[in-house]
Write a protein that binds this ligand. Structure first.
Ligand code: SAM
Length: 228
């Protein structure tokens, strides 16, 4: 898991009290509370440290958060203890979900987590999401169009608290890129899959019917699907 290092550094994803994490939540939660109006069972897929899981619990849903990273899940469980939360955090792989068919009213997949999956893997993830969703369930996806964001990264316009992008390597087919991050503590490399909105549109059509697409800011989308 080469990407875990990035999350160990990035407060944007590992510290629910940081301004960066709060900003992400403030951007999405007004839409999410509109969409998830009926109380139900929510799967927060690739939940990270669980900020969104706690938000859904506060709205009155029963929540399961699943992630593959031990580091992030440990932190999520610590937060849950502090908050006296009943969210169940589970270690698992989005490509092979450890849940029964039709066991969730909502599956949310937030924070641009799709960058960790090749198109073939994402196809498997979408298939699994459809399997665990109840017949009338909704799938809520938030992602950035990385093809559009890449030029900004290449011009080093993206820097965060405590680290910055030093260099970007693209594969020759531009299917992924490797970002070399630098920080006072050292350098680390992370691979991000690079294919944009078109791939999500094409793959999601296999399993879902799109109900809504909101451009929450430039190149960042929140989309709502029903099972096909
Ligand atoms: N949704 C969280 C949020 O918005 O704070 C985390 C988003 S973060 C960009 C991507 C997450 O995907 C990380 O927590 C990472 O551990 C998780 N992840 C990557 N590959 C995964 C996989 N195969 N199965 C489950 N989670 C995975």
């Amino acid at each position: 898991m080469d990407f875990e290092k990035y999350y160990i550094f990035s407060k944007t994803y590992n510290d629910i009290d940081s301004p960066e994490y709060k900003k992400r939540m403030e951007e999405l939660t007004p839409y999410l509370s509109q969409i998830l109006q009926q109380k139900g069972r929510v799967l927060d897929l690739a939940c990270g440290v669980g900020g969104f899981s706690f938000f859904f619990e506060e709205l009155g849903h029963e929540v399961v958060g699943l992630d593959i990273s031990d580091f992030l899940l440990e932190k999520a469980k610590r937060y849950a203890k502090e908050k006296n939360s009943k969210v169940e955090f589970v270690k698992g792989d989005a490509r092979e979900l450890p849940f029964k068919d039709e066991s969730f009213d909502y599956v949310v997949f937030l924070g641009n987590s799709i960058v960790h999956f090749t198109p073939t893997e994402l196809n498997q993830v979408f298939k699994e999401i459809k399997r665990v969703l109840k017949h009338w369930g909704q799938f809520i996806l938030n992602y950035n169009d990385m093809r559009a964001v890449l030029p900004l990264l290449e011009r080093s316009e993206v820097i965060a608290d405590g680290y910055w992008v030093n260099r970007i390597y693209k594969d020759k087919d531009e299917k992924y890129f490797i970002a070399v991050f630098e920080s006072p503590e050292g350098i680390f490399e992370v691979k991000f899959n690079l294919w944009g909105k078109t791939a999500v549109d094409l793959l999601s059509k296999l399993y879902f019917i799109k109900e809504k697409s909101i451009e929450i800011r430039e190149n960042s989308y929140l989309e709502v699907f029903r099972r096909k």
